[in-house]
Design a protein around this ligand. Structure first.
Ligand SMILES: [Zn+2]
Ligand SMILES: [Zn+2]
Length: 193
């Protein structure tokens, strides 16, 4: 009888707890007031929440960062690297691409926004974010940087032939007998077809 609670203990809860512990690196204001914070952390695939992003992390993500106070702002700079799996924009096949990014970010206290609105922020100012509460979650910084690093267009290879617009066959694998696409297609000229 007594082993039943163990069997019914939800596995998702265990996974969620591990996820929370794994993901939580809080860079606190209190610590930064004493000294700069140097972080080196690897996030295994699945430990970062990319929400609705149309890619998934394929290999561990390594981030090395330094955080320090610059006036009222928290400056976080460093580098991250990983590989993500996404789909080719032409043939929808799986593609794994490297993400390699340097970042240098400034976070202002959320409570300063009201005052900021009256101040002109120059266009060329460095990337500014906001933080509320005790500090910054490293995972939030990292997920945002990975999303920003994703290229606008992903192709599995430069000469990918894509899908046939008529029968949806992958033209890299099969030669279908469909008629050539209509000349007035706005995409035909872009692809040089
Ligand atoms: Zn492709
Ligand atoms: Zn076809």
């Amino acid at each position: 009888m007594f082993f039943v609670p163990f069997l019914t203990f939800p596995l998702w809860m265990v996974k969620w707890l591990i996820w929370v512990i794994e993901a939580a690196v809080l860079i606190t204001l209190r610590e930064l007031e004493l000294h700069r914070v140097v972080v080196s952390k690897a996030y295994a695939p699945g430990n970062l929440d990319f929400r609705s992003a149309d890619f998934r992390q394929a290999t561990p993500l390594q981030v090395d960062a330094t955080a320090e106070l610059v006036g009222p702002e928290i400056r976080v700079r460093g580098h991250l690297g990983t590989r993500v799996e996404t789909s080719c924009d032409r043939c929808l096949g799986q593609v794994e691409i490297p993400v390699d990014r340097d970042f240098d970010l400034f976070y202002r206290p959320m409570k300063s926004i009201a005052r900021e609105e009256e101040v002109e922020v120059p266009d060329d100012e460095l990337e500014i974010g906001f933080y509320s509460g005790d500090g910054i979650q490293l995972a939030d910084v990292v997920t945002e940087q990975v999303i920003l690093a994703m290229p606008m267009k992903v192709v599995c290879r430069p000469d990918c032939l894509g899908l046939c617009p008529t029968c949806m066959a992958d033209r890299n694998r099969v030669a279908c007998n469909c008629a050539a696409p209509e000349k007035e297609s706005p995409f035909a000229s872009l692809k040089g077809e």
